[in-house]
Write a protein that binds this ligand. Structure first.
Ligand code: AVJ
Length: 320
């Protein structure tokens, strides 16, 4: 019934636009230039990401789905959760299996920056689980969390390997903010992509069909539309490199020629020398010991660790 669905917005259009302006103003004035990956995900970017998850080279989504499929009952049992909070829930596709396996579940709290994704996901879930209460939250999960009242114990899920898009200091802050909303008996379920052969990693971020290249360039289309800029998308080449010191994949956009981009709504001119790059994403890859160290540093206690059969991706469960 409609009374089982509630949506709370903590992020208005103006705040999102102000954040984009600040990120472009700072990111394109600095050297090397950088833009945060969260701006990929307008409607087109989200659709391109969905397409990426089905590419032969992009294994993380399938590897994580395999773990969720195989381990849903164990995860449900270990957490005993009556509330499932999902950070960056998107279409809630990944959580389907988990929700189906949680007999004690009363409430589902999907948190995402996209209100439209949340409404669509809620509708499907309520059809499948008529008794479930869904309280969707439009929020930026990198900001301090405030969760709605809901019955404990709670399981907070942060899937897809999105933790890897944060830099180490940002990860520490994020994990501490998750820890701060957990009460004794609550748990965090986190997906992390694992370090593996460079060829496999780079191919996952530089697919043969060029979908990831389109996804990468889409951030420029977002800036063009939202801030009245004139980035020539065709003049930027998609680059994916493995940074072996940091153990993360970097996505960059490389200018093919000397050019000057106008960002009209910021009154800004951005010069590029041929070959100059914008860093648009880091996607960190993890080892079990590193995950353990970061969870422990945030005051969480690692309890379980599951990988897919190929050992490519891991889910960890840690408790407050
Ligand atoms: C959705 C953040 C997990 O880092 O692998 C996919 C995003 N970027 N291809 C990732 C992404 C390029 C993805 N995450």
């Amino acid at each position: 019934s409609s009374s089982d669905f509630q949506l709370t917005r903590t992020l208005d259009e103006n705040a999102a636009e102000a954040a984009l302006r600040a990120d472009v103003l700072h990111g394109l004035a600095q050297s090397p230039k950088a833009l945060p990956p969260k701006w990929f995900y307008d409607a087109r970017g989200s659709a391109l990401f969905e397409e990426i998850t089905r590419l032969p080279e992009y294994y993380p989504t399938r590897a994580e789905a395999e773990i969720l499929r195989e381990r849903a009952a164990e995860i449900a049992d270990a957490s005993g959760a009556r509330t499932l909070v999902e950070l960056g829930s998107g279409s809630s596709e990944k959580t389907r299996h988990l929700i189906g396996a949680m007999p004690a579940l009363e409430a589902y709290v999907p948190v995402d920056v996209s209100g439209s994704a949340l409404e669509g996901a809620a509708r499907t879930l309520l059809d499948e689980h008529p008794g479930l209460r869904v309280h969707a939250l439009v929020a930026d999960f990198t900001k301090p969390l405030r969760l709605p009242e809901s019955p404990g114990p709670r399981l907070v899920a942060f899937l897809g390997g999105t933790i890897g898009n944060l830099l180490p200091a940002e990860r520490a802050r994020f994990l501490a903010s998750v820890r701060a909303v957990l009460e004794p008996g609550d748990a965090l379920l986190m997906g992390t992509d694992l370090v593996k052969d460079e060829d496999v990693l780079v191919a996952a971020y530089d697919d043969a069909q060029g979908v990831t290249a389109e996804f990468n360039r889409n951030v420029l289309a977002v800036v063009n539309r939202e801030l009245d800029a004139d980035f020539p998308l065709g003049e930027f080449e998609h680059v994916a490199v493995w940074n072996r010191e940091e153990e993360w994949v970097e996505m960059r956009l490389r200018a093919r020629s000397d050019l000057v981009v106008k960002v009209r709504s910021l009154d800004m001119l951005v010069p590029f020398a041929a070959g100059e790059e914008i860093l648009t994403e880091v996607s960190a890859k993890f080892r079990r010991e590193g995950v353990r160290r970061e969870l422990t540093a945030a005051g969480l206690e690692p309890a379980r660790w599951w990988t897919d059969a190929g050992g490519r991706f891991a889910l960890s469960l840690s408790v407050a």
